[in-house]
Design a protein around this ligand. Structure first.
Ligand code: SF4
Length: 191
């Protein structure tokens, strides 16, 4: 068992915080992953399937990245490490935030186990807050994506709400997505 295998087994057995629907950490990492996707937390559908981004938001995200399902599902190319590994449950109007215990417990050792993560996608406000400490709004942070320190690339969460947000901010499709796709393709190039 490699050190990463050992860490993954520990993470998948984690019961650190109380959860209304039980503990089911959903993550996918391989040591060779060049692109890391740090999203929010699984929703009910992903909690049921155990497959990361196995929902409409995942399909939307893959379109943004211009990645087919096979590449996105290959842990030696794309690592999936949400801010909360387990579904936190619901509140009125949507899911609860990712559990605050999770990223401090699991991100440092898991990210350190990757050999060459070239691009880290911060998908949504929780990931952006942790890794960029952004004081600006999410919209302003995404618009200033080119100023984010390497290897980070800030993005909104690709939920259904982002469709309206994209209509209101056409620069995202015109400027951010082409740059994002170029960064992803470059990161996945073999050395
Ligand atoms: S959300 Fe994270 S910290 Fe909480 S039980 Fe799941 S894996 Fe552990």
């Amino acid at each position: 068992m490699t050190p990463l295998d050992d860490l993954l087994a520990q993470a998948r057995a984690c019961t650190l915080c109380p959860l209304p629907h039980g503990h089911r950490p959903v993550l996918r990492l391989g040591r060779g992953a060049r692109v890391v996707v740090i999203g929010q937390a699984p929703g009910a559908k992903v909690h049921a399937s155990g497959v990361p981004w196995d929902d409409a938001s995942g399909a939307h995200l893959r379109t943004w990245l211009a990645l087919d399902e096979a590449v996105f599902a290959d842990p030696e190319q794309v690592a999936i490490l949400p801010m909360g590994l387990c579904w936190p449950g619901r509140r009125s109007g949507g899911d609860l935030p990712p559990r605050p215990e999770c990223a401090p417990r699991w991100h440092p050792p898991l990210l350190a186990a990757l050999a060459d993560p070239r691009l880290v996608l911060l998908v949504g406000s929780y990931a952006i807050a942790r890794y960029l400490g952004a004081k600006a709004t999410l919209t302003d942070t995404v618009r200033a994506f080119a100023s984010a320190p390497a290897p980070y690339f800030p993005l909104p969460h690709p939920s259904w709400r982002s469709r309206l947000w994209m209509q209101q901010h056409p620069w995202f499709e015109a400027e951010v997505l082409p740059a994002l796709r170029a960064r992803v393709a470059a990161a996945l190039q073999p050395s």
